[in-house]
Design a protein around this ligand. Structure first.
Ligand code: ADP
Ligand code: MG
Length: 344
């Protein structure tokens, strides 16, 4: 875990401690999806909380195994079946991830594309060890994968069985799975009778209810270091950020971030940090990834076709732009300015 995640967790721990008087705050941490997932229940009965944490632990483990992009599990089995041209069933969660991925691919004009697993692998990003070191793949290999035009829309779903018109499709839910997992966790927590909770996954959160009457608050990191501001949410909201500060390939002083533009096959060059506030984690996660691909010129227009009205973009120089809807949640750090852009 890097420093930034440490400080995020420190902030969460502080939240938990600050709320430690009556009623009791319960929290737990889970190591899944290559990150730390933290669940905070502000008004929990300790017995109920530990039973809930045990089932969450099981569920997170199941999702981790089932959706893993390169370790043996259901997704790898599915990808192998697709490659061999077979029609196959899969799990309800993966079917839902597929549907969401199709929707987000369409609405983002192909900037989010969960079918580019072969490209992600070619760039060496099917690993838990970052940074990846060494020269990028050859332009020829990238071009020949691009020619196969992988798309989640090549999937035909019929009575739970699935077939891909394109055998080169390989699913990688790295840009949406964390969000979907956070959604499933929140659903379980609600079903267990909790009226308030925060589920955080390495800087991304979904939170509902309140933190003892106060809003849930999270810090937004500045790509160049420090905190750019804070976001406060109540009700039920997902706050997701994508950027390149942690996961990249490095070669001769050049960084190739792990977010790939599916239209060029190359990692996004100038990577802003994009934060979105939305109703659900899966769409927020995918949208943040798509808006990084969209970049400084196009993010506003792509956000609108994604149905995302609350967006904050911080470029590599630390310049902040936000939509009017984002300004309902976001307060810049002292001395920082935000340019409000887009229609009210
Ligand atoms: P993080 O999980 O670090 O916040 P993202 O949510 O942006 O980052 O997801 C990045 C991951 O998504 C990559 O590691 C890769 O697995 C996958 N990915 C990369 N580029 C795209 C893309 N254009 N569309 C969909 N998924 C992508
Ligand atoms: Mg994402």
């Amino acid at each position: 875990m890097d420093f930034a995640r440490h400080s995020f967790m420190a902030a969460l721990t502080w939240l938990a401690l600050a709320a430690c008087s009556e009623p009791r705050t319960e929290s737990a941490q889970f190591h899944v999806f290559g990150t730390m997932v933290e669940v905070i229940l502000p008004d929990a009965d300790p017995g109920q909380a530990s039973a809930l944490f045990a089932s969450l632990q099981q569920e997170f483990q199941r999702m981790h195994r089932e959706w893993h992009a390169w370790e043996p599990g259901e997704l790898v089995r599915l990808n192998t079946a697709i490659q061999s041209g077979a029609t196959t069933g899969t799990t309800p969660d993966i079917l839902e991830l597929l549907n969401l991925s199709q929707e987000m691919e369409l609405r983002s004009g192909g900037r989010f594309n969960a079918a580019i697993g072969k490209l992600v692998a070619l760039w060496g990003f099917h690993t838990s060890e970052y940074p990846v070191v060494g020269p990028p793949p050859s332009a020829e290999r990238i071009a020949s994968l691009l020619e196969t035009a992988p798309s989640a829309l090549a999937i035909e779903l019929e009575e739970g069985a699935l077939f891909s018109f394109n055998p080169e499709v390989q699913f990688d839910f790295g840009g949406i799975a964390k969000g979907f997992a956070v959604d499933l966790a929140c659903r379980m927590i609600r079903r267990a009778g909790q009226a308030s909770a925060m589920v955080g996954a390495g800087g991304d959160i979904r939170a509902f209810g309140s933190n003892h009457g106060a809003p849930w608050r999270i810090g937004v990191r500045d790509p160049s270091g420090g905190i750019a501001g804070g976001i406060e949410v109540t009700d039920d909201r997902a706050v997701f950020t994508s950027g390149n500060y942690e996961r990249f390939r490095e070669d001769a002083g050049v960084r190739y971030p792990h977010i790939i533009d599916p239209r060029s096959g190359w990692p996004v060059a100038a990577v802003p940090s994009v934060t979105v506030v939305a109703q659900d984690g899966a769409r927020a996660d995918a949208a943040a990834t798509a808006l990084v691909v969209a970049g400084p010129e196009e993010w506003l227009q792509v956000a609108s076709s994604l149905g995302m009205d609350a967006v904050l973009v911080i470029d590599e120089a630390g310049r902040m732009q936000a939509t009017p809807a984002m300004m309902k949640y976001f307060t810049p750090a002292e001395g920082r300015e935000v340019e409000v852009v887009g229609r009210r």
